[in-house]
Design a binder for this molecule. Structure first.
Ligand code: CMC
Length: 431
């Protein structure tokens, strides 16, 4: 990993120079290792938003933002989307290799037999107002799992770590569905373990005691695909949050709950909810021009939700797949959604607008996912919860990788202090 090459830093003010090693991964640009910079030179580096900073080494996911490439453990996202399923992809993220039939059967068995949530979690959920945001209820419930499973929280024990991963992937859909049912006032639906992962989730979401649920298999297929596409995305804000919290030695449920809250923001996973609300506000293809104009106005805080990405400066490969799926799902479910016309017009207008072209702002994964969720009958406020179910496998894979990496240290960024210089306390009577 460590190259023989180095980078020279010349300090013109003190006429000194220091040499820093270059580190290369399997793919992607080399990194200047500045670990000893402060010790050697007395300087920190400044990189708000981490635009040029690698916070960790990781073997899980690779993105080439200029080429629009996304790989999970080396496998292109397009191939996984076409040939894999969410549980198999989760196994891949966690273990580094695709499972053979026996390994998959054993993994599926473990997940299936941890789907129940603790009965007391129902009472915990009951404490929330029915109109609480589902992401608030989800974050609280997942953090509370550390209270329910405190006997298996030794972060240094590989068996405890594996059990936490299984529990999180297994219980997340059960808890997410219970959160939805708390919002709509339906009784909690227990997981039916004769169903597979995504179908079981849809049953827990939508089945009512009074009648059986007729599910179109297209719905489960579409959701499974969305879960694969959202399963991991290297060091995004929520995964970095999970790692930062994890670096303190915090337990996995606390670490993942922190990831959920980071995901909630509209610049990150909350964008899928924001996209749909924005499409509704725009209302008609006739209003698209005004929306694009507002998004370009630097005196207006309005942004086109579902456009732009920190890493992708090309089409988000996940958005390409979702766009195709969106048309298919709407057709096969016979859903005529006028918001799709607004979305298509918006996409067309932005893709040819100089402002968006110059800044390489393309539709991202969240631009179309909301339209699919809507077609499946999932309420808008649950969209980011869907994202959280899928991203759980990525989060926990990163959390485990962090604990398996020797020499991991607590994350502790530095700052440029811009406050008052040292001064003496003045009594209240003299202020
Ligand atoms: N609409 C209008 N202008 C935009 C947009 C947008 N959606 N996104 C970026 N810009 C402009 C921005 O104003 C800036 O212009 P200028 O150079 O003139 O100051 C330039 O493009 C670069 O933007 P930035 O804010 O420096 O880029 P960033 O890498 O810090 O932010 C982003 C990335 C995703 C937060 C941002 O593009 C955004 O807010 N997009 C809308 C929210 C969204 O869709 N988020 C989902 C991201 S993908 C899924 C996920 O991460 O969960």
């Amino acid at each position: 990993m460590s190259d023989a090459k180095t980078v020279k830093l010349v300090d013109e003010s003190s006429k000194t120079q220091s040499e820093m090693p270059l580190i290369s991964g399997t793919l992607g640009p080399a990194c200047v290792d500045i670990g000893t910079l402060y010790k050697d030179t007395g300087y920190f580096t400044y990189d708000p938003g981490y635009g040029s900073t690698a916070s960790t080494k990781s073997a899980i996911t690779y993105i080439d933002g200029d080429k629009g490439v996304l790989l999970y453990r080396g496998y292109p996202i397009e191939q996984l989307a076409e040939k894999s399923n969410f549980l198999e992809t989760s196994y891949l993220l966690l273990n580094g290799e695709l499972p053979n039939k026996t390994q998959f059967a054993s993994f599926e068995h473990d997940i299936t037999h941890h789907t129940m949530m603790h009965e007391n979690l129902k009472f915990f959920l009951r404490g929330f107002n029915h109109d609480a945001h589902p992401m608030a209820m989800l974050a609280g419930s997942i953090a509370s799992l550390s209270a329910f499973y405190h006997d298996k929280l030794d972060v240094d024990n590989p068996e405890d770590r594996k059990l936490a991963a299984i529990r999180l992937i297994a219980k997340m859909p059960t808890i997410a569905a219970a959160v939805h049912r708390r919002s709509v006032g339906w009784p909690v639906r227990y997981p039916r373990n004769n169903l597979e992962y995504v179908t079981r989730f849809l049953h827990m979401m939508f089945e009512v005691p009074s009648e059986p649920l007729e599910l179109n298999p297209v719905a489960a297929k579409a959701l499974d695909l969305l879960f694969i596409l959202h399963a991991d995305h290297e060091q995004n804000a929520s995964t970095s949050t999970v790692r930062l919290v994890g670096s303190t030695g915090a337990n996995p449920y606390a670490s993942i709950a922190a990831g959920i809250t980071a995901l909630w923001g509209p610049a990150h996973g909350g964008a899928n909810e924001a996209v749909l609300k924005q499409l509704e506000e725009i209302g008609s293809p006739d209003n698209v021009e005004t929306a694009v104009k507002r998004a370009k106005d630097k005196n207006d805080s309005f942004r086109l939700m579902g456009f732009g990405h920190r890493v992708y400066k090309n089409f988000d490969p996940r958005a390409k797949i979702i766009r195709e799926m969106c048309h298919k799902v709407l057709n096969e479910l016979g859903v005529k959604d006028p918001l799709l016309d607004v979305a298509l017009k918006l996409e067309e207008a932005a893709l040819k607008d100089e402002y968006f072209v110059e800044r390489k702002l393309y539709p991202n994964v969240d631009f179309y996912s909301g339209l699919i969720y809507k077609a499946l009958g999932i309420p808008t406020e649950m969209f980011t919860v869907m994202f959280a179910i899928a991203r759980t496998s990525g989060w926990i894979a990163h959390w485990i990788e962090q604990h398996e990496t020797p020499g991991s240290r607590i994350g502790r960024p530095r700052q440029i202090y811009t406050g008052a210089d040292v001064r003496d306390y003045v009594g209240a009577d003299k202020r």
